[in-house]
Design a protein around this ligand. Structure first.
Ligand SMILES: NC(=O)c1ccc[n+]([C@@H]2O[C@H](COP(=O)([O-])OP(=O)(O)OC[C@H]3O[C@@H](n4cnc5c(N)ncnc54)[C@H](O)[C@@H]3O)[C@@H](O)[C@H]2O)c1
Length: 244
């Protein structure tokens, strides 16, 4: 896939799937900007911009976009990928935990799409959101997370309808268990919410975890001309998890 001359903004590109996507776009020739809360300071490198921002704070999001528009006057692709998990039974869940997962996983998508849409309309560009296979199936101890990812899928569909006339395509990718720091944190105490790592792997008919690079390839495909008639879709990339 060739993204030569294209400008791509990725949220949560400091780690895991977002970092893999940033690298894949760079290798495909794109200029890449990354918004992430983990960055200590702004960095401008060759064809790569890093801007620190907490995407749950609308004023910070506005400031990050204002800075980006000082550096770029166009945008071709927005990848809304930043996300957090919240693992807790309903009885143990807190309002703060619920708000955090909804703000990072859903509100940030709304805020970034709103800020980027005028430029994406001008470029007839693309939005790709990172949802999850857990948007389509339930998972004990993941009520807030699964609700947030189902919200991302239907947000994707509705925005795709709204922007189709402007030739802005909007899609999402739905990964299964991918070997990233987010996933590994579940097993810091030995067992995760779905048992051992081996138990989780066993829920995937392909018998392994996915790699961040495999999800990056899906993101690039959805935002490429190869997917020119694809909009409003939720691409499963879950090693068969949801096929049962
Ligand atoms: N890893 C998996 O198994 C898996 C499965 C399905 C979906 N996903 C989704 O994929 C996306 C990426 O997850 P990952 O596994 O690469 O996780 P990760 O923890 O490796 O990366 C997430 C990135 O988001 C950033 N981030 C978190 N909160 C932020 C905030 N408030 N503002 C700005 N940046 C913020 C983090 O700093 C981090 O760099 C998430 O949306 C996640 O829900 C992951």
């Amino acid at each position: 896939m060739n993204f030569e001359g294209k400008r791509v903004l990725i949220t949560g590109g400091g780690s895991g799937i977002g970092a893999a996507a940033a690298e894949a776009y760079r290798r495909a020739g794109a200029e890449v900007a990354v918004f992430d809360i983990s960055f200590k300071e702004e960095r401008l490198a060759d064809k790569r911009i890093e801007i620190p921002v907490d995407l749950t704070e609308s004023e910070q999001v506005q400031a990050a976009f204002s800075r980006l528009w000082e550096l770029w006057d166009t945008l071709d692709v927005l990848v809304n990928n930043a996300g957090v998990e919240y693992v807790a039974s309903l009885e143990d869940s807190t309002e703060a935990g619920w708000d955090r997962v909804m703000d990072v996983n859903v509100k940030s998508v709304f805020l970034c799409c709103q800020a980027a849409l005028p430029r994406l309309k001008a470029s007839r560009g693309n939005i790709v959101n990172t949802a999850s296979q857990l948007a389509f199936v339930g998972s004990s101890l993941f009520t807030a997370y699964t609700a947030s990812k189902a919200a991302v899928v239907n947000f994707t569909r509705s925005l795709a309808l709204e922007t189709a006339k402007d030739c802005v395509r909007v899609n999402c990718v739905c990964p299964g268990a991918i070997d990233t720091p987010l996933l590994r944190r579940q097993f810091e105490g030995g067992r995760g919410p779905q048992g051992t790592l081996g138990d989780l792997i066993g829920m995937h008919p392909m018998g392994r975890l996915g790699h961040p690079e495999e999800i990056a390839e899906c993101i690039l495909f959805l935002s490429s001309p190869a997917a020119s008639f694809v909009t409003g879709s939720a691409m499963m990339a879950d090693g068969g998890y949801t096929v049962h």
